[in-house]
Design a protein around this ligand. Structure first.
Ligand code: AHR
Length: 307
């Protein structure tokens, strides 16, 4: 179907106003806070009535929220899936109810691509590759083994799976790169710090930390300093996101390299929602534009960094 009721103002929102149900992952990181703000602000600007729900990191909460959006008959459902798998049933329910779904930030592993209209977000595998490429360059011409510890994002999340895979793919080209420990830090500062403490106790010879986001890297910096080592010098640090706190640590020499992941998905999401509601065909995949930052580049970018 789709499109035959366009303009009839049947959404219950009054005056044909679009109603969007949005299920957010949680508030685990600086990135997530910036993402939530972007979505709320751009909904207001676009005149979209946003029903915002925080899943507190739990897939079951997201499924409940989506079912409640279906029951309320919102015009569009958007969400950033906590984990990649296990969405087919609830997505099918939305489809059967004729409510379009847009994925933002993270995707699902459903084989049936008709279960959602579009996915807007980063290429997380590419982000992992960029992290690996910096490392390969940094240790070019140095034959000694490089001992790496990795702080993974929350288990089963697309950015955790993909950032791990992309990084591994690049560094496997040279056997001197050894991932000696890899564990989840849940994308949070607290867990990043705790797990890094354990890594430092178990291993005397850590050369590099690769953290799947800034927050875990920032937590790890506290652990490294508490252990009497110098982050950025004794242990080189690569992170992903480039939120303000991460960029500040990078400019201060405590992080060595950050791969950007942009949280500012709100404006494009609202745009897509309007098009979908109007019955227009939209691109199945919209990839976020992003860059990378060295310490010098962070110094230059910091004054204008909005989040
Ligand atoms: O899905 C994006 C990731 O989720 C961000 O990189 C991380 O900080 C957040 O928690």
């Amino acid at each position: 179907g789709g499109g035959d009721d366009a303009g009839s103002g049947d959404s219950g929102g009054g005056g044909g106003k679009i109603t969007m149900g949005f299920s957010q992952v949680g508030a685990e990181s600086g990135w997530r806070t910036a993402n939530t703000k972007s979505i709320q602000e751009s909904a207001a600007t676009a005149g979209i009535d946003l029903k915002f729900s925080d899943a507190q990191g739990k897939q079951e909460n997201q499924i409940k929220a989506i079912r409640s959006f279906i029951a309320q008959r919102v015009d569009v459902i958007a969400f950033s899936p906590v984990v990649e798998s296990g969405w087919d049933t609830v997505l099918k329910e939305a489809k059967d109810a004729n409510i379009p779904v847009i994925l933002t930030d993270r995707s699902v592993d459903s084989q049936d691509k008709t279960l959602y209209k579009s996915f807007i977000g980063s290429d997380f595998v590419l982000e992992g590759k960029k992290a690996g490429e910096w490392l390969v360059k940094e240790y070019e011409g140095k034959p000694e083994p490089v001992n790496i510890v990795e702080l993974q994002g929350s288990p089963g999340a697309a950015p955790a799976n993909d950032r791990k895979a992309g990084f591994a793919e690049v560094i496997k080209a040279d056997p001197k790169f050894k991932v000696i420990a890899s564990q989840t830090g849940q994308f949070t500062r607290t867990d990043g710090k705790e797990v890094m403490e354990a890594f430092l106790k178990a291993h005397q010879d850590i050369d590099v930390l690769y953290a799947h986001n800034d927050d875990m890297g920032l937590g790890a910096i506290e652990a490294i300093e508490a252990a009497g080592k110098k982050p950025g010098t004794d242990i080189k640090i690569i992170t992903v996101d480039a939120v303000k706190d991460g960029m500040t640590a990078l400019a201060a020499g405590k992080i060595n390299y950050i791969v950007e992941c942009s949280p500012l998905l709100g404006p494009q999401l609202m745009d897509l929602a309007k098009k979908v509601k109007a019955g227009e065909t939209v691109e199945q995949r919209v990839v976020t534009e992003e860059t990378t930052f060295t310490q010098e580049q962070a110094k230059a970018a910091l004054p204008d960094r909005k989040y």
